[in-house]
Design a protein around this ligand. Sequence first.
Ligand SMILES: Cc1cc2nc3c(=O)[nH]c(=O)nc-3n(C[C@H](O)[C@H](O)[C@H](O)COP(=O)(O)OP(=O)(O)OC[C@H]3O[C@@H](n4cnc5c(N)ncnc54)[C@H](O)[C@@H]3O)c2cc1C
Length: 416
Amino acid sequence: MRIVVLGAGVVGVTAAWYLAQDGHEVTVVDRHEGPALETSFANGGQISASYAEPWANPEAPAKVLKWLGQEDAPLLFRLRLDPRQWRWGLQFLLECLPSRTRRNTIQCLNLALYSRDCLRELRRATGIEYDQLERGILTFYTDPKEFGHGVAAAALMREFGCDRDVKSVDQCVAIEPALAACRDRLAGGIFTVSDESGDAQRFTRELAQLAAARGVAFRWNMTVESLASEGDAIAGVRCFNEEHRQELLAADAYVMALGSYSPFLLAPLRVPCLIYPAKGYSATIAIEDHRGAPTVSLTDLAWKIVFTRLGDRLRVAGTAELSGYGKELNHVRCEALIRRTFELFPDAGNRQTPQFWTGLRPATPSNVPLLGRTRYRNLFLDTGHGTLGWTMACGSARALADLIAGRKPGVEFAFT
Ligand SMILES: Cc1cc2nc3c(=O)[nH]c(=O)nc-3n(C[C@H](O)[C@H](O)[C@H](O)COP(=O)(O)OP(=O)(O)OC[C@H]3O[C@@H](n4cnc5c(N)ncnc54)[C@H](O)[C@@H]3O)c2cc1C
């Protein structure tokens, strides 16, 4: 089949890879001049399959209310006159019901664990390199009460097949010696030895090259304007091409992987897609000859930020702001990231030259991505991966390729 994949973030490129493996003739379209130049550019780098529970949970509404108006809050709703934001917010509240939380946790966890296996398989098959580390993820707590909640959550998540190990302060420092610098602040940690980390942008770039070598065509600087439908099928994609001319790309099937921008293309077709951008920040710090940067990927639960070693760089990422599509850097948030990093790890790297970045997570209210079929027989969704697009990309792509080929996907998941 001829298949057009819309979007060359980590999700679109992995979809293209698995579809090409099945022998399809694949074309990927993106408005940038290369892969992973939007949300997949400088994320937290964690393959955090064991931490796949959704933001929406019974405790979330109280926390969100408490954080309203607080500039450096981990999750901040900036209320706007935007009906889509309000619809998203109301649905988010519904997803906080215990029964919904349980269902969403199972969906996310199934897909994330499956995806981690697919990534390992892909790595074995291709030898792809992307500053990956298979050293687990350690979540550390600075508040004893929060640690108590973490221990209870670990017991619950073990029921779902997640290997979360509770660690004392000494054990945390033994796992990641850089934590010795902030030992007296720590209350304990939870370690997931089977989780991983790596540079999502580098991975996407390398995979795009491997895919191109196997015949996948990439059309860069090509903006998707709309999808043309005919009855129950998509007839083509209307684009502005690299020469600023209109072009209709026709294929047998289409995969929507435009991340946060997917709703704009799907709304005219009346395909439901409740995705809203959750803006996040990262700072990339050059380690140079400093000795105090962690190597095990860490999550600082109090601040909801992650630290990931990417070769000779330390990536610090986190926070979420539901405030529309603006990508301007808020200096309060940037400074907060750096301040926290150097409070915990005074010798982590060069404090003067961090590279700040912001990206728009394509978030669904439930955190469960939109993956599968639509009312159009040749249009498929692979979007809405929110906080976990890097973690879930390979599994989503593999499952989608199975669906398109008429095979049963190897993961239990509520496909659309
Ligand atoms: C601060 C931060 C930290 C994060 N940390 C992690 C982490 O540690 N682990 C994890 O698993 N996930 C993490 N994520 C989430 C992850 O980065 C995203 O889920 C993932 O990058 C989404 O990938 P995507 O391919 O769906 O979207 P994108 O990477 O945004 O790709 C969409 C593509 O569509 C293109 N596009 C959009 N509209 C058009 C159009 N009209 N025409 C043509 N092209 C178009 C864009 O150019 C873009 O290339 C983090 C995100 C942020 C912001």
